[in-house]
Design a protein around this ligand. Structure first.
Ligand code: ADP
Ligand code: ADP
Length: 224
């Protein structure tokens, strides 16, 4: 059953390049899907369109039954996004930041779920710390916790392991596999073929704004 359908999506930035040609893609519920491609391939543009942050020049995107262009708020409730950059509210505590993210999507604040997420990310002991006082690695953990706060059905990780320490990489993949066992869908971008092969069930190869092929991971190596 598809949770994500991308149909005929393209993007030309104002005063910019055609970042995406015409992309068609379907991802099924419970899949771990990797978008593999070099810098500038259009990976961030594609996930930004899917998440309703960037407007497509053409095409349609449906996430968990919601048309992103018509009702991006409903679509966003189904989506968690872990962006590349570290920007977050520096002066709040970890717990306040993550709880706020949860309430933003209309879920109650106090929750055993939040505690579990913070424990999984080794953030529970730091829950009262201000984000500005955390290390870069801990800040990245907060971004993941924020993205998971409202129990999204589909989680996007943009270059999740770029510049990340070994401990976080290990915790992240444990978390990804547990989320999938709970029925979540995970979509990640990467420019490492090893990471795509190791992590994903299926891999989409993107370059120059074109989705060249989508393969089960075992079939990928044979084609590249
Ligand atoms: P949109 O078409 O989605 O409104 P814009 O074309 O307005 O996007 O671009 C958003 C902003 O990003 C602009 O201020 C643009 O100058 C800036 N920008 C331009 N080139 C790049 C780039 N390569 N990477 C990131 N941002 C860029
Ligand atoms: P990737 O995530 O694969 O590195 P991006 O989606 O960030 O690729 O970028 C695809 C292309 O679009 C690149 O040529 C990039 O410079 C350009 N681009 C990305 N964001 C903007 C923007 N806001 N405005 C103009 N050009 C952009």
């Amino acid at each position: 059953e598809p949770i994500l359908t991308v149909s005929g999506v393209s993007k030309t930035y104002r005063n910019g390049p055609t970042a995406l040609g015409t992309v068609d893609l379907t991802v099924n519920r419970g899949e771990i899907f990797a978008l593999l491609g070099p810098n500038g391939a259009g990976k961030t543009t594609l996930i930004s369109i899917i998440c309703g942050i960037v407007t497509a020049s053409a095409g349609t995107v449906t996430v968990a039954g919601h048309d992103v262009t018509r009702d991006y708020k409903a679509a966003r409730r189904a989506i968690g996004l872990v962006p590349q950059e570290l920007a977050t509210d520096q002066f709040e505590s970890v717990l306040a930041t993550v709880t706020f993210s949860r309430r933003l999507f209309g879920r109650s604040g106090h929750s055993a779920y939040i505690e579990q997420v913070l424990r999984d990310l080794s953030l529970w002991e730091k829950r009262h710390a201000k984000i500005k006082d955390l290390s870069g690695g801990m800040k990245r953990r907060v971004l993941i916790a924020k993205a998971l706060a409202h129990e999204p059905q589909i989680l996007f990780l943009d270059e999740p392991t770029a510049g990340v320490d070994v401990a976080l990489r290990r915790d992240m993949w444990k978390l990804v596999h547990r989320l999938r066992e709970q029925g979540a869908t995970i979509i990640l971008t990467t420019h490492y073929i090893e990471e795509a092969e190791e992590m994903a069930d299926r891999v989409g190869v993107i370059t120059g704004g074109k989705l060249l092929l989508v393969e089960e991971k075992n079939a990928l190596m044979a084609k590249l």
